[in-house]
Design a protein around this ligand. Structure first.
Ligand code: UT7
Length: 313
C-alpha cells in the first residue's frame, strides 16, 4: 500500500443558474430528447449568462473549496486552473482567479489538458507538495463551453455545459490523500476534438468514444494497481461525465458494481475539466463520499489526454 503525501483539504463547485433542457435544444436543432438521453444520458445542462467569465465561476468554486478547507487566500502557495475556455488567450485564467479571490502572492497558471485538466492539475499539486516546497495548492477545473459551441451543430451542442469545481490540497496526515495517479496523451488523435482559433468545437465523436473506453479502462486499472488496493477496495468511482455509455462500458469491463459509480451527467452534461471536481464536491457535500473512502477518478478529453487517480478521501 502506498503512503499518501498530499490530501484534499476541501472541495467546492459552482454551476450557473440558467438551465438549457433537451426540449430547448429540440427547438434549436434537428434532435430529440429521446436521442440525447439514450445516446448520452444528458437531460439538461447549465449555461452561464453573457456577463459571466470562466474566472468568475472558478473564483466562486474556489471560495467554497477554501472555506471547506479552512484555508485563506493569503495561505495559498499555488493556483492551477485546468481550462480550455479561459477568459483570454493571455494572461492565464488562474491570475484572474488569483485577483478575484485576493490571493496576492503565489504562482498561478493554467493547464491545457481539456477534460483531463483537473486530473493533471491534482498531479501537479501532489508533486509540489511531495517535494515539500508547497503546503496549500488550489486546483480548479472550469469551462465556459457554451461560448465555443456551434449552437447549430447537433453533434456537439447537445453535449456540453458550463461550470466550475475546485479543491484545496495540502500535506497528507499520513492516512488520507492521493495514493496513486497516472497521466497520458496520444497526439495521433489531436485532430479528433479541437477548437481552432476563432472557430467552434469540432469533434469526431466516434473516435473520441472509442479512445475513451479503451484508455479510461487502462488508466483506471493502472491507478488502482499502483495504489496497492484491490479493485474491490474502491468505494466510489467518480468518472468524467462525457457520456453514460462510455462510463457504463468502462465500469462493466473493470467490474465495478453500478451502485459505486457516481454520476450527475443528466443535470450538468459534459463540463470538461470541471466535470470531476463538480461531481466530487456534490458527493462530498451530500455525505456520500466520507473521509477514508477510496475514490477512483478518471477522465479523457481532447488531445487525446487522459488520466486517473486513486484517493483515500
Ligand atoms: O469529454 C470528452 C470528449 N467527448 C466525448 O467523450 C464524447 C465522445 N463521443 C460520444 O459521446 C458520441 O460519439 C456522441 C454522443 C457524440 C455521438 O453518439 P454516437 O452514438 O457515436 O452517434 P454517431 O456520431 O455515430 O451518429 C449516429 C447518428 C448519425 O446519423 P446517421 O448518419 O446515422 O443518419 C448522426 O447524424 O446520430 C445522428 N446524430 C444525432 N441525431 C439526433 C448525431 N447527433 C445527433 C443529435 N440528435 N443530437
Amino acid at each position: 500500500m502506498t503512503t499518501p503525501q498530499s490530501q484534499f483539504l476541501g472541495t467546492g463547485s459552482f454551476l450557473p443558474e440558467r438551465v438549457r433542457t433537451n426540449a430547448d435544444l429540440e427547438a434549436m436543432v434537428d434532435t430529440s430528447d429521446t436521442w440525447i438521453r439514450e445516446r448520452t444520458g444528458i437531460s439538461e445542462r447549465r449555461i452561464a449568462d453573457e456577463s459571466m467569465l470562466a474566472s468568475d465561476m472558478a473564483a466562486r468554486a474556489a471560495e467554497r473549496a477554501m472555506e471547506a478547507a479552512g484555508v485563506t487566500a493569503d495561505e495559498l502557495d499555488m493556483i492551477v486552473v485546468g481550462t480550455v475556455t479561459g477568459d483570454m488567450q493571455m494572461p492565464a485564467t488562474a491570475v484572474f482567479v488569483q485577483q478575484k479571490i485576493g490571493a496576492t502572492n503565489c504562482p498561478a497558471f493554467d493547464v491545457s489538458a481539456a477534460c483531463a485538466g483537473f486530473i493533471y492539475g491534482v498531479q501537479i499539486a501532489d508533486a509540489f507538495i511531495r517535494m515539500g516546497t508547497m503546503k496549500r495548492v488550489l486546483v480548479i477545473g472550469v469551462e465556459l463551453l457554451s461560448r465555443v459551441i456551434d449552437w447549430s451543430d447537433r453533434t456537439t451542442c447537445v453535449l456540453f455545459g458550463d461550470g466550475a469545481g475546485a479543491a484545496v490540497l495540502g500535506p497528507s496526515d499520513g492516512e488520507r490523500g492521493v495514493l496513486s495517479a497516472c497521466i497520458h496523451s496520444d497526439g495521433s488523435l489531436a485532430g479528433s476534438l479541437k477548437i481552432p482559433f476563432g472557430e467552434k468545437v469540432q469533434m469526431i465523436g466516434r473516435d473520441i468514444f472509442k479512445a475513451a473506453v479503451r484508455n479510461l479502462y487502462s488508466a483506471s486499472q493502472e491507478a488502482v494497481e499502483k495504489s496497492g488496493l484491490a479493485p474491490s477496495d474502491i468505494d466510489w468511482v467518480v468518472p468524467h461525465q462525457a457520456n453514460t455509455r462510455i462510463i457504463d462500458q468502462v465500469v462493466r469491463r473493470a467490474e465495478y458494481p453500478p451502485e459505486k459509480v457516481l454520476s450527475n451527467i443528466a443535470t450538468v452534461g459534459n463540463t470538461s475539466s470541471a466535470s470531476i471536481p463538480i461531481l466530487l464536491d456534490q458527493a462530498v457535500r451530500k455525505g456520500t463520499i466520507k473521509p477514508g473512502d477510496h475514490v477512483l477518478m478518471s477522465a479523457l478529453g481532447a488531445g487525446v489526454s487522459w488520466g486517473a487517480l486513486v484517493l483515500r478521501y
